[in-house]
Design a protein around this ligand. Structure first.
Ligand code: NAD
Ligand code: G3P
Length: 289
């Protein structure tokens, strides 16, 4: 809608479309993927089987991690299209609000600055403010890792733990995101921007967020299976949490909030037990300087 409102010709495709992917891709300048993580690799290979101009820019808006490789979506697109520019689009962008034409801001990040600038122009308007950023990995990880903290934030609100608890959770959640992101090679300052802190605040405070909804309903005693069966759209945090636990173990990174979210999602503990586990951890300095 945003690109079309700026006068661009936009074609949509999903696996349920009547038009073929090949027909939709004919002569395109930009391909924007907002496929759930589970479908990214498969669709990227399908796209690869059709002719595209070498100038075609790929944009990825998926916020997830590949369970097999722990790769981010942009790494998958870049591996399959090594000679094309890939741009990550991520920010506090709850789609229902954008659909209602409420104002929002986002970040477009690429290793190729010119490609990010092209994408910035395509989407910028009086109701959508687009910033460029040179750290695609940090932008992508901010949008992806915050989903796990959003599940915890939903639990926090579902248990009615109060404003102090929520502030503590979100702040320590950001510390955890930065620890993981730095180990991955992303820049600290990116996580303090729109795609990190910005998206964390949006997702942890809105019932529009599916990840928040998962946590809220778990706190209310529903099972994960029941919740996912009735959820509209994808809660990527469920898969991301599992992949993150795997990566944190491999890299020996402390992720206490993610660990409790993982155990809760597995059905190993209750939301109250997860809270106690977090509150009763060994006392320590706020930062390891
Ligand atoms: N909804 C939002 O507010 C929002 C905002 C920013 C980013 N995102 C991200 O965008 C992605 C999609 O979110 P959504 O809200 O549109 O989810 P959704 O569940 O509404 O849509 C997912 C889309 O992916 C397709 N898909 C799923 N598995 C597939 C497969 N195996 N092969 C081909 N296609 C497949 C579905 O057909 C559907 O078109 C997620 O990674 C999400 O984190 C969502
Ligand atoms: O509904 P969620 O939890 O996937 O959140 C949507 C977007 O990531 C918010 O920016």
């Amino acid at each position: 809608n945003l690109a079309a409102a700026n006068g661009h010709e936009v074609r949509l495709w999903s696996r349920h479309s009547s038009q073929t992917l090949e027909a939709v891709l004919k002569d395109v300048q930009i391909v924007l993927s907002a496929i759930s993580m589970t479908g990214v690799r498969d669709v990227a290979y399908q796209v690869h089987s059709f002719p595209l101009s070498p100038e075609t820019i790929f944009i990825t808006a998926t916020k997830g991690l590949d369970p097999q490789t722990t790769c981010t979506p942009s790494q998958i697109w870049q591996t399959i299209f090594p000679n094309h520019a890939v741009v990550v689009l991520s920010g506090p962008n709850l789609s229902k609000e954008i659909e209602q034409e409420l104002p929002a801001a986002t970040v477009v990040a690429s290793n190729i600055p010119k490609a990010a600038e092209v994408v910035q122009l395509v989407f910028s308007s009086h109701r959508f403010r687009v910033y460029t950023n040179p750290d695609p990995l940090g932008v992508e990880l901010g949008g992806t890792l915050k989903n796990v903290i959003a599940i915890a934030a939903g639990v926090c609100d579902g248990l009615q733990l109060g404003t102090n608890a929520k502030a503590a959770l979100v702040t320590r959640g950001l510390t955890e995101i930065i620890r993981v992101g730095n180990d991955w090679g992303a820049k600290t300052e990116t996580f303090y921007g729109l795609s990190g802190l910005g998206d964390l605040l949006a997702t942890c405070n809105s019932p529009l967020s599916r990840n928040y909804q998962v946590g809220y309903q778990l706190a209310g005693g529903k099972t994960l299976t029941e919740i996912l069966a009735n959820l509209q759209g994808t809660a990527e945090g469920v898969n991301t949490c599992r992949v993150l636990i795997q990566r944190a173990k491999q890299q020996n990174i402390a992720v206490p909030i993610t660990e409790q979210v993982y155990r809760l999602l597995q059905g190993d503990i209750t939301a109250r037990q997860a809270l106690d586990e977090l509150m009763l951890r060994d006392i320590k300095p706020e930062y390891n300087y």
